[in-house]
Design a protein around this ligand. Structure first.
Ligand code: HEM
Ligand SMILES: *[C@@H]1O[C@H](CO)[C@@H](O)[C@H](O)[C@H]1NC(C)=O
Ligand SMILES: *[C@@H]1O[C@H](CO)[C@@H](O)[C@H](O)[C@H]1NC(C)=O
Length: 325
């Protein structure tokens, strides 16, 4: 169709410029791999270097940083809600019993301080958490991957939101359902659970499996007898005693899945992945093929890092990761 009316043409040119201008504005607000390349070119270097130094002095922090990212993204999206301190009128996520010993807050603060020096008000705490988790995976021996940046920080962090974290007593169907609600496939869920290749659980998180388990069993029948004795010995030191998830708690590898095949999963939610026919095949694949686990894990982590992200004016860039501006 040819439009002859020149006034109409002018109007449509203006309209076109307006719409493409808006699109460009939106594109500038959207997440991208190169989000900080002009705004704060040192960001990747500063995060990597700070995470590297922190892990050199305490390798167990890799687990802390990865878990922090998971808890952040599952509640209110990846918006650094997990970092906010409680205030007079508000108990934050981090003070829930379900914070389950989150660690690594000082590493995030350290990175944020350096970035505020370099490029004040530019890099969000949510992006810092996501990048720190990514670098922790790498320095612990896991896959290298990149994530889009440009997340904004949220303004809400409430203790009651932690109800939406999966409890360690969940069975495989319940895990599939909860992760499915966030858009994850069963395979994504099993791969993400593989983060338990790093770190520890405290006795409080699994002692229900060791005594008065159910009406017919004293000890959970899904635990190898010898491993049950190991867990019982760990728990002699109390609720806060730590049990590594696998044989190599600071190394990102597929030993976690091999452990599940040997009925040496620490949490019910770990062992259920092997007990249940819905997920056993995936566990067996990852136990046999570490490269496959790494590939699926990195894809699922990128997906997790994009959960309900806040872009543009939906959030802010906090000056201090522990409080809203
Ligand atoms: C599938 C459902 C999941 C459940 C039920 C679960 C539950 C738990 C529990 C109970 C602990 C031990 C806390 C304690 O006793 O102090 C733990 C630790 C941990 N979780 Fe998960 N988790 C799940 C998925 C994930 C995901 C998706 C990630 C990350 C991608 C993750 C990363 C970690 C890490 C790294 C630790 C060790 C933390 C440390 O050593 O400081 N978990 N998880
Ligand atoms: C976790 O929550 C407990 C209260 O249940 C609190 O005493 C503790 O300081 C919290 N841990 C962190 C790291 O915020
Ligand atoms: C998982 O738990 C739910 C809720 O307790 C239960 O209805 C379901 O039967 C369980 N599924 C399996 C496979 O045990």
């Amino acid at each position: 169709m040819v439009i002859k009316n020149s006034t109409y043409n002018k109007v449509s040119v203006v309209m076109f410029l307006l719409i493409s201008g808006l699109t460009m504005f939106r594109a500038a607000e959207a997440l991208s791999m190169n989000y900080y390349i002009m705004r704060c070119p040192m960001v990747e270097l500063i995060v990597k270097d700070t995470v590297n130094r922190a892990l050199q002095s305490d390798p167990t922090l890799a687990a802390g940083l990865i878990r922090m990212h998971f808890h952040d993204c599952f509640l209110q999206g990846c918006d650094a809600s997990v970092l906010l301190d409680s205030t007079k009128g508000n108990t934050a996520e981090k003070d829930s019993p379900a914070n389950l010993s989150l660690r690594g807050y000082e590493v995030i603060d350290d990175i944020k301080e350096q970035l505020e020096d370099q490029c004040p008000g530019v890099v969000s705490c949510a992006d810092i958490v996501a990048m720190a988790a990514r670098d922790a995976v790498f320095f612990a021996g896991g896959p290298v991957y990149d994530i889009p940046k440009g997340r904004k920080d949220g303004r809400r962090s409430k203790i009651e939101d932690t109800r939406n974290l999966p409890p360690p007593t969940f069975n495989s169907s319940e895990l599939i359902r909860m992760f499915g609600q966030h858009g994850f496939t069963t395979q994504d869920m099993v791969a993400l659970s593989g983060a338990h290749t790093l770190g520890v659980a405290r006795c409080a998180s699994f002692k229900n499996r060791l005594a008065n388990f159910d009406s017919t069993h004293n000890v959970d029948p899904d635990i190898d007898t010898q491993f049950a004795n190991t867990l019982i010995r760990t728990c002699k030191a109390g609720d806060n005693a730590e049990q590594p998830f696998d044989r190599s708690r600071n190394t990102f590898d597929n030993n976690y899945f091999i452990g599940l095949q040997n009925k040496a999963g620490v949490l019910s939610s770990d062992q259920t992945l092997f007990s249940s026919p819905q997920t056993r095949g995936i566990v067996n694949n990852y136990a046999m093929n570490e490269a496959m686990f790494f590939l699926d894990f990195q894809q699922a982590m990128v997906k997790m890092s994009l959960l309900d992200v806040k872009e543009g004016s939906k959030g802010e860039v906090r000056q201090n990761c522990r409080k809203i501006n």
